[in-house]
Design a protein around this ligand. Sequence first.
Ligand code: NAG
Ligand code: NAG
Ligand code: NAG
Length: 437
Amino acid sequence: MIRSLLPLGIALLSATSVLAEPPACSLTQKCPEEAPCCSQYGQCGVGAFCLGGCDPRMSFGLDSCVPAPVCQDKTFKMDSLDRYKDISEYLGDSSEADWVGQGEPLLYNGNVLLTMAPKSVGTVLATTTYMWYGNVKAKIKTSRGRGVVTAFILFGDVKDEIDFEWVGTDLNAAQTNYYFQGIPNYDNSGNISVSSNTYDNFHEYEVRWTPDEITWLVDGKVGRTKKRSETWNATANQWAFPQTPTRVQISIWPGGLETNAKGTIDWAGGVIDWNSDEIKNYGYYFATFGEITVECYKATSGPGSHSKKSYYYNNIAATNDTVIDSDKPTVLKSFLGSGTNMDAGGDTPGGTAAGASPESIPGGSNQPGQVPGGGGSSDRGSSTSDTSSAAGCSTTGFSQTCGQTLGGKSGSVRGAERTLGASALAVVIGIAGLLFL
Ligand SMILES: *[C@@H]1O[C@H](CO)[C@@H](O)[C@H](O)[C@H]1NC(C)=O
Ligand SMILES: *[C@@H]1O[C@H](CO)[C@@H](O)[C@H](O)[C@H]1NC(C)=O
Ligand SMILES: *[C@@H]1O[C@H](CO)[C@@H](O)[C@H](O)[C@H]1NC(C)=O
């Protein structure tokens, strides 16, 4: 649901007064050389735009995006925010942070709460390393309320995606979905019923992903399986099956924002109530995340391997035989850099990366509003149509329709409805990057 972010993004932008609107990007409209990286949200820029979520197919060149840190087996206890960095502070060094994000993550009772304050677009966190097949499981208590969505997804730079999502009006089910390169297909979703209320109780949600199959489990029990062999697309002559490296993304986002498309609002259970008991009692909507474990796929070479440092794509087809497990560096010197000029800005005082102050980065750390909680792509509608998305983008700076695909909601929306939150972040950063230019 990227879309939800727009209003906020716009507000922020105007507040910061900075901005030139970053150019929009899509499969048919690549980024210009000066702002070469196409963010997850479909906006061009440098710096953070070139890190997690940067789509090489829509960027100026395949090498515009910064190579992505490879998979690491890891258990995140989620009992501290020491290994979390706001997107305005992260330059690609995954040894410094496990999670990068936007919004307001908080610690409560030894768990991480992702919060969504009134009129905000929520919070999204993504891992700094990428999973290329493998297993990931998380202990989660979802949010509740009309229009409030919790997400736990795998989201790749070329928009391969595997999802768990919960809408706040249905606390007895988990919705699952998957996408190949962000192409919407409303037959890809499926529901799993959960044994007890997902808001009051922790349940363990797990995705097991191999080159041949995706399995979604709840509390250790298989709830759904999708085989690659069931996904042949004869028109495209390829498997419409997720097959490239992805980041684990967790989020809370407002599917029910009034400005969202009707299909998205309906899917999310209605327009959000910013005067609900949840808001009165706590000041925000929230979802609770306990331990999260990533287990990398066991491959020593070829698809699924993680024996070197970073992944990059050597072909725009972006299928699993075009991903290279390499020794290329992953860290920018500053927010002026990109994949083809990673040291840019490194010598300029003040240009050093993480050095940008929050004030100089629209959307910088203290702006809860910006984060797109959206899951990954939740709305997919737009992704598809490049033109329309581009148009949407240009009007606003970042629009939901621009860029992305959203998570694809269920059938309701088909088009363009959800954009994700994440993009908003990227946009923000991109803008910061542009400013420096
Ligand atoms: C999943 O559940 C939601 C909410 O009850 C419903 O709208 C949707 O159609 C269901 N999806 C499938 C694939 O059954
Ligand atoms: C991806 O890689 C695996 C392992 O090499 C292979 O079996 C599979 O068919 C490949 N293609 C797709 C579309 O997943
Ligand atoms: C199959 O591929 C074509 C061409 O890329 C695409 O337009 C179509 O949406 C795909 N069909 C499905 C069901 O994914």
